[in-house]
Write a protein that binds this ligand. Structure first.
Ligand code: HH2
Length: 262
C-alpha cells in the first residue's frame, strides 16, 4: 500500500503532495513502482496533529481519489470522518483505512472493505503517556471485537492493523512487531505501517551513537527491515512511502525460491 499524503503537514512528506496534481503524479509513480493499493489521506495523524475541517479534508482528497481510481487503481481513503469516507467511496475508493477503527458501520452501509487500526487516545495527545498492562492482548481485544462486529454487519473484507506509533512507546511498538503472528492467527488479513515512523528514528539514532533521532529521510533501512519482518510473519499488506524499495524487499523474500537464486 503506497502512501499519498495530500496534506501540508504530514510528518514524513508534509507539503510535497499537498497540491492535487502533485499527489496524482505521485500516485501514478507509486503504481509504476509496484503498489497494489494507493492510500490517499488529507489529515495528518502524526503525534500532536490538530484535526482538519471536513470541507478542507474533502477538498484535499476527492480530486486525487477521482483521478487515480479513474486510472483503474485500487484506492483507499485514510480518514476518520464518515462523510469524507462516503464521498471518497462515491469518487472511487473501495477501502476505508480507518485509523480510529470506528467506521465499520459506514463500510457495511457502503459495501466496501474496511481496515480497522488501533489507536490509544487522539493524535493530539496520544504520545503523552501511553500505557498498557499487556499491549498485545489489549490491542488484539479491541481490534478483534470491532472486526467481528463489522463482519456480522456485512463488511465484505475486514483488515486489522495494530497501529504502530499510535499511542505507543518504542517498547510497545517493538512488542507488537514481535507478536505479529498473534494478529495473523486471528484469521483477519493484517495491515502494518512502520514506514519512516518515529520509533525507527529513535532506534537508528541510538545505533549511530547519538541522542538525536535519525531524521525522517534517513529511516529507510528501518522501514524496509520492519516491513520485511512483517511480511515474513504473514502480514498481508504493508503501508509504505518508499514503495520501490519495499517491493524489491518483498520480491527478494517472497518472489524467489532458493533454487531460483541458485
Ligand atoms: N500510519 C499513518 C497513517 N495512516 N493507516 C494505517 N492503516 N496504519 C498506519 O500505521 C498508518 C495509517 C501515519 O503515517 P503518515 O500517513 O505518513 O503520516 P501523517 O499521519 O503525518 O500523514
Amino acid at each position: 500500500m503506497g502512501v499519498i499524503n495530500a496534506t501540508p503537514d504530514s510528518f514524513s512528506d508534509g507539503g510535497r503532495f499537498a497540491d492535487a496534481a502533485a499527489a496524482i503524479a505521485h500516485g501514478r509513480q507509486l503504481l509504476r513502482e509496484g503498489a497494489d493499493w494507493l492510500d490517499v489521506g488529507g489529515e495528518s495523524t502524526r503525534p500532536g496533529a490538530v484535526p482538519v475541517a471536513e470541507a478542507e479534508e474533502l477538498r484535499r482528497v476527492i480530486p486525487v481519489i477521482e483521478a487515480l481510481a479513474g486510472d483503474g487503481a485500487r484506492v483507499s481513503v485514510d480518514t476518520r470522518n464518515a462523510t469524507v469516507a462516503r464521498v471518497a467511496v462515491a469518487a472511487g475508493a473501495t477501502l476505508l483505512n480507518d485509523v480510529g477503527a470506528s467506521l465499520g458501520q459506514v463500510a457495511a452501509e457502503l459495501g466496501v472493505a474496511w481496515a480497522a487500526m488501533h489507536v490509544q487516545g487522539e493524535p493530539a495527545t496520544m504520545q503523552d503517556d501511553p500505557r498498557y498492562d499487556d499491549v498485545v492482548a489489549e490491542v488484539l481485544e479491541v481490534l478483534v471485537t470491532r472486526a467481528e462486529v463489522a463482519r456480522v454487519a456485512g463488511v465484505p473484507e475486514v483488515w486489522i492493523d495494530p497501529g504502530i506509533g499510535f499511542g505507543k512507546t518504542v517498547e510497545h511498538n517493538l512488542t507488537l512487531l514481535a507478536h505479529l503472528d498473534a494478529f495473523v492467527a486471528t484469521g483477519f488479513p493484517v495491515l502494518v505501517g512502520t514506514s519512516r515512523k518515529g520509533f525507527l528514528g529513535r532506534l537508528l539514532g541510538q545505533s549511530d551513537d547519538t541522542d538525536e533521532p535519525a531524521p525522517v529521510d534517513d529511516r529507510l533501512e528501518g522501514s524496509i527491515a520492519t516491513a520485511t519482518w512483517a511480511m515474513t510473519c504473514g502480514v498481508a499488506m504493508v503501508r509504505a512511502h518508499d514503495v520501490r524499495a519495499t517491493v524489491h524487499a518483498a520480491l527478494v523474500i517472497g518472489g524467489h525460491t532458493t533454487e531460483d537464486a541458485a
